[in-house]
Design a protein around this ligand. Structure first.
Ligand SMILES: Nc1ncnc2c1ncn2[C@@H]1O[C@H](COP(=O)(O)OP(=O)(O)OP(=O)(O)O)[C@@H](O)[C@H]1O
Ligand SMILES: [Mg+2]
Length: 308
């Protein structure tokens, strides 16, 4: 068997509009996941994350390029690939006329998992996702977060070798979010490979062993969150409120990135007092903190993750 869980080479996707212009959603994406890794695709709205996941999970044909899952081509051998993967789609909803307990169990049975095993895995997944109390209610009556948890429970219970999760924690409260993170860590410890998309920087940092930053259909960065932060040339960030119009004034202190009205200067500890002096003289308020993935993202992409 191939040593990699997934390998994508130069994947391109053009959506042909009917009467509207074509959209180049992916412009040559190459990436690889080793077995047992947790990897995040991090990118703004419209970056191409879902398009990539749909191609990798055999739901969409790429315009060109190739994706292999455990050595099997997703376009020419989708039947071989499907039993090896499970997907939490973006904005996926559980079956309205089933309860979470029925949905998880039926899905496992449909995938060929024997009765007793399916039963045990269903109970474990419901418990892990905190769904015991609503497990026998029709999904149509669940809250948005409960529905999302039912989707994650369904997919985690499969323990498929490769799991795709498209923004799995959207709409979840902080406790449920942490539960999903724990579940994903546990799955990879047991040998599953996880590819998730997110536009939560803290999630990408807390959860993924490596991340890919995707922007306009291209990979702009590949590595750990630490590497992303190191790459931007400094360990501290001085944020200057309303500093946007004073960029020149601070140019000599290090790389600067604008976010809305604020100016962030990436610098070293030795230079902070000089920057604070200048800010003070200009009557600007400034705060100091460690460089975060946010600044790394701003620097690499040139725009904030939630900018329109
Ligand atoms: N069926 C489609 N037809 C035409 N264009 C599409 C289609 N699906 C997606 N797109 C476009 O392709 C680009 C990438 O979309 P995609 O859904 O992959 O982004 P995303 O990174 O998942 O964004 P989000 O964070 O909002 O979920 C966007 O410009 C989108 O409008
Ligand atoms: Mg998406």
């Amino acid at each position: 068997m191939s040593p990699e869980a997934l390998r994508a080479v130069d994947v391109r996707k053009v959506y042909h509009g009917r009467g509207s212009p074509d959209v180049e959603a992916l412009r040559g994406v190459s990436l690889a996941l080793r077995r047992g890794e947790r990897i995040a695709l991090l990118g703004r709205n419209g970056a191409g994350k879902t398009t990539f996941l749909r191609i990798a999970s055999t739901l969409l044909i790429p315009t060109s390029g190739q994706i292999e899952v455990f050595g099997h081509d997703v376009v020419s051998s989708p039947e071989t690939v499907r039993p090896l993967i499970a997907v939490v789609p973006q904005e996926g909803k559980p079956f309205f006329h089933l309860t979470p307990r029925e949905q998880v169990y039926c899905y496992l049975r449909a995938r060929g998992i024997p009765r007793e095993d399916a039963k045990a895995r269903t109970e474990a997944a419901l418990e892990k996702m905190g769904l015991e109390e609503v497990a026998d209610r029709l999904s149509v009556t669940l809250s948005g977060g409960q529905k999302q948890r039912a989707m994650v429970a369904t997919v985690m219970a499969t323990e498929a070798p490769l799991l795709f999760l498209d923004e799995p924690t959207i709409g979840l409260d902080p406790f449920a979010r942490r539960a999903v993170w724990d579940v994903l860590r546990d799955l990879t410890r047991r040998g599953c490979t996880v590819l998730l998309t997110t536009h939560y920087l803290d999630e990408a940092e807390a959860l993924s062993e490596r991340l890919y930053i995707v922007e306009e259909g291209q990979i702009l960065f590949e590595g750990t969150a630490e590497e992303a932060k190191r790459q931007i040339g400094g360990t501290l960030r001085v944020s200057i409120e309303n500093g946007g119009n004073h960029r020149e004034r601070f140019a000599s202190f290090g790389q600067s990135v604008a976010e809305g009205n604020s100016l962030h200067i990436i610098t070293e500890p030795g230079r902070v007092h000089e920057i604070m002096d200048v800010a003070l003289r200009e009557h600007l308020s400034a705060t100091v903190g460690p460089v975060s993935l946010e600044e790394a993202f701003l620097t690499i992409v040139g725009r904030s993750i939630d900018a329109e």
